[in-house]
Design a protein around this ligand. Structure first.
Ligand code: ZN
Ligand code: ZN
Length: 177
């Protein structure tokens, strides 16, 4: 995101926090700025800490977790679970957001054409009497490269050595057209 838009986005975020009675500390501002200037990269708490500390070294991991919890409880931050044993975070969009990730190498992509799929999902929830909130969905799979390498899921009868590896590259969102 360009700097101007990051600033605008940060101000809007801070306005929303203030209107709900939360204090606008510099630490919160830096954390929000860091999230907004790293859109498309699903930062985890550690990565968020390292980046935020470049702007404000007084920020500690406890502040990161408190801020994440606060933003999450206000619907201002989505959690992304890529089955790594920790969560990653993403600033929500107006609309729903779909990821598919490789259970072996961790490659993560944003599914294209989300808008046209949304009505199906919304209708599905509405049939049960629910109105969906903006959120992200994660689906697990095996990518083409891993399948070609012969990585198999345990339920496919692979020997343990050939089961999905759990060593992960850093997942980044890429739009696959
Ligand atoms: Zn893979
Ligand atoms: Zn994403």
């Amino acid at each position: 995101m360009q700097e101007g838009r990051v600033n605008e986005g940060t101000e809007e975020y801070l306005r929303r926090l203030k209107s709900r009675g939360f204090r606008l500390t510099n630490q919160r501002r830096v954390i929000i700025e860091t999230l907004l200037s790293n859109l498309g990269i699903h930062l985890n708490a550690r990565e968020l800490l390292e980046l935020a500390q470049k702007d404000d070294p007084s920020i500690g991991i406890a502040t990161i977790y408190r801020t994440i919890d606060l933003l999450n409880s206000l619907g201002m931050l989505n959690q992304v679970n890529l089955e790594e044993g920790f969560l990653r975070f993403e600033v929500p969009d107006e609309q729903m957001h779909f990821h598919i990730f490789c259970r072996s190498c961790g490659k993560t992509v944003h599914l294209p054409d989300e808008e046209s799929r949304m009505s199906d999902v919304q209708g599905w929830a509405q049939d049960m009497g629910f109105e969906l909130l903006p959120q992200t969905f994660e689906m697990a799979g095996l990518c083409k490269e891993c399948r070609e390498e012969g990585v198999l899921e345990p339920f496919e009868g692979a020997s343990p050595a050939k089961c999905a590896r759990r060593s992960r590259r850093k997942p980044r969102c890429r739009l696959m057209q």
